[in-house]
Design a protein around this ligand. Structure first.
Ligand code: NDP
Ligand code: GDP
Length: 322
């Protein structure tokens, strides 16, 4: 039975990818860092599965990575762990560099030393493009990241490509545009909105404060994107890919559609909060998914409207149970 190691197992993508790999017959080892509080809620569906286990390790601690890789001898390594929230990266740029940038270097070095035959996936981001491209970004678009997070991801991406070219590792950088779900962290704008819609509708919250609502993102469904991640490591040759929908929507449009799910008008509930403006912003990101669709045979199953409805309904359900 093939073995996959997933770093960032407690995060949104880790949980979807683990479920899909288990369904495909893989053994999945999830690496998590030590936490004083429970953070396994996204993994409830698979925690008891015989082919799934959790191990402790931290991207800041090379020895722990060597130990984890030596113990499980994985066929695939998915590096999903990161300090992934853009605003935090201005508050903690050095830590973000350590985890999101150098964390990848530590893991690549450990893979090279312990299991150089393993296939390696690095979770790259459309944030790497920043203001680097035109209307639509593809793998040839230059990077001009606009946050310390984006800068750290550019380093990790280039290093992944460099380890492929230097040492012949089967190492692939996926460049994924924003992908969301009912498992998204609460501070990201889509989940912040879907949660607020549910809470406002049930009388538990008065207003929703947002920063810039004119900015646009190419939003897809996380469960679709993790299928593409797996497909990238099943290619005959290691090749980097953009995963996106090819359409961009504004934050305002997300809010409009989300409030419409409960028959409300977003303008009655949303307030502008200047404290949520960023030191530098990316006004629009939109990726070209055509090459990945052709090379990987990848098709997303959930569209934008379906994503919004799914997220709002999940938060309504959660709030009703709480
Ligand atoms: P999350 O923020 O939900 O998950 C991040 C994971 O990384 C968590 O499991 C977290 O653990 C773990 N982690 C953080 N620091 C460390 C560390 N030092 N050592 C070990 N683990 C650590 O991210 P997503 O699931 O949304 O995204 C997965 C990856 O894809 C990330 O690298 C993200 O930057 C990238 N990405 C995501 C996009 C998106 O739209 N979701 C778009 C493009 C790229 P803990 O629970 O302990 O905090
Ligand atoms: P990002 O694209 O990885 O930074 O994902 P986010 O979900 O954090 O932000 C997406 C966009 O929404 C960014 O351009 C933000 O500036 C914008 N935005 C507007 N208001 C908010 C807010 O209240 N919270 C967050 N997180 N983003 C907001």
């Amino acid at each position: 039975v093939p073995v996959a190691l997933i770093t960032g197992i407690t995060g949104q993508d880790g949980s979807f990818l683990a479920e899909q790999l288990l369904a495909a017959g893989w053994t999945v080892v999830g690496m998590r860092r030590r936490s004083a509080s429970p953070n396994l809620w996204r993994l409830q569906a698979i925690l008891d599965r015989a082919q799934f286990r959790l191990v402790h390790g931290d991207l800041l601690d090379t020895g722990s990575l060597v130990r984890v890789l030596s113990d499980c001898q994985p066929d695939h390594v998915y590096n999903l762990a990161a300090q992934s929230f853009v605003p935090t990266s201005w508050e903690q740029p050095v830590y973000t560099g350590e985890a999101t940038g150098l964390g990848c270097a530590r893991l690549l070095e450990a893979v090279r030393a312990v299991c150089p035959g393993a296939r390696f996936y690095q979770a790259g981001s459309s944030e790497m493009f920043g203001t680097g491209g035109g209307d639509v970004q593809d793998v040839h678009t230059p990077f001009h990241p606009r946050s310390p997070y984006g800068v750290a991801k550019v380093y990790a991406h280039h290093l992944t490509v460099n380890y492929r070219e230097s040492y012949g590792l089967f190492a692939v950088g996926g460049i994924l545009f924003n992908h969301e779900s009912e498992r998204r962290g609460e501070e990201f704008v889509t989940r912040k909105i879907s949660r607020a819609v549910a809470r406002i509708h049930l009388g538990r919250q008065a207003v929703l404060r947002l920063g810039r609502i004119d900015v646009k993102r190419d939003w897809g469904f996380a469960g679709d994107y993790t299928r593409a991640i797996h497909a990238m490591l099943l290619q005959d040759e290691p090749q980097d890919h953009i995963i996106a929908t090819g359409r961009a929507w504004s934050v305002q449009e997300f809010a409009e559609k989300a409030f419409a799910v409960v028959d409300r008008d977003w303008r009655d509930h949303v307030e502008h909060d200047p404290a949520l403006l960023r030191p530098a912003e990316i006004t629009c990101l939109k990726g070209n998914p055509a090459p990945a669709r052709a090379a990987l045979g990848w098709e997303p199953a959930v569209d934008f409207d379906g994503l919004v409805v799914r997220m709002v309904e999940a938060d309504l359900e959660r709030e009703r149970r709480a």
